[in-house]
Design a protein around this ligand. Structure first.
Ligand SMILES: [Zn+2]
Length: 267
């Protein structure tokens, strides 16, 4: 069948794939996941050059084409991104649990992925902690964080999700690679839970518990509806390139993982 994409769209896809491949080869050739990714992209580039249509890249290299239109209920209208374009775009919007499920389904089906997420890394914000954000986040806080990451750290992206005691915030677009931990940026979604969970004070607060539960919920929804394996949850502190205790020394990994897996069964 003849490809339906315009020349402009195909050229854009070719450029994105070529850039991603160059990055993988230059920066992560020793990491088997990225080496596999680079090979898969090379195959896709050949397919494009040969005029075959290209299906979006998704987790584990499987096409997202297995989700038929009937799987998406079509009543959900996603919010506009707060910042669009290629210069550190952010969604910067808050979702209820129910809305987050619909949004993740919508992105999986409707946005074209510029990366192949296949895991989830949990973080805490550390700073700000609960006392600094007594009412959780606002849309302005999202813009402020973008400004900080961009101008103070020189980053071009950030973590995908933040949770507070009022909901689940999507920060970095889910269809794009984020920046959050050296070893996992190219393969894993990041979920940042508001609070400093090295501190008993934050950990014991009812707010802290709600925020962690929202983090668990967000992880479970990404597993179930964004095609992430239930075996691919970890903590920032598992990164051999960091000495941080993130997401906080009070949080036990296996307890956290068990709670996430039980939510996967329910959502
Ligand atoms: Zn972290």
């Amino acid at each position: 069948m003849a490809p339906t994409e315009s020349k402009e769209v195909l050229t854009k896809k070719l450029k994105e794939l070529a850039e991603k491949n160059r990055w993988n080869i230059e920066n992560r050739w020793g990491v088997s996941e990225q080496q596999d990714d680079a090979k898969r992209i090379a195959d896709q580039l050949f397919a494009l050059v040969n005029g075959e249509s290209l299906e979006p890249i998704s987790a584990e290299g499987q096409s997202t084409g297995d989700l038929s239109d009937t799987d998406f209920q079509g009543t959900f209208t996603p919010p506009d991104w707060q910042v669009e374009g290629d210069d550190f775009p952010i969604v910067g919007r808050k979702f209820s649990k129910a809305e987050f499920i619909e949004y993740v389904k919508w992105v999986k089906q409707k946005e074209s992925y510029l990366w192949s997420p296949r895991g989830i890394t949990m973080h805490h914000t550390g700073f700000p902690d609960l006392s600094i954000r007594p009412n959780g986040f606002t849309e302005q806080h999202m813009l402020n964080m973008r400004h900080g990451y961009k101008n103070d750290k020189g980053w071009s992206a950030g973590p995908h999700v933040f949770t507070d005691d009022h909901g689940i915030w999507v920060f970095n677009p889910l269809s794009r690679r984020g920046i959050h931990s050296v070893s996992y940026n190219s393969t894993r979604y990041a979920i940042e839970m508001l609070g400093n969970f090295n501190s008993e004070a934050d950990y014991r607060k009812p707010r802290g518990k709600t925020i962690r539960e929202n983090g668990m919920f967000a992880a479970a929804v990404l597993m179930k509806y964004a095609g992430i394996s239930t075996a691919k949850l970890n903590f920032h502190r598992h990164d051999p390139e960091t000495r941080k205790t993130c997401p906080g020394s009070n949080i036990n990994f296996s307890d956290f993982e068990d709670a996430v897996l039980s939510i996967v069964e329910q959502v």
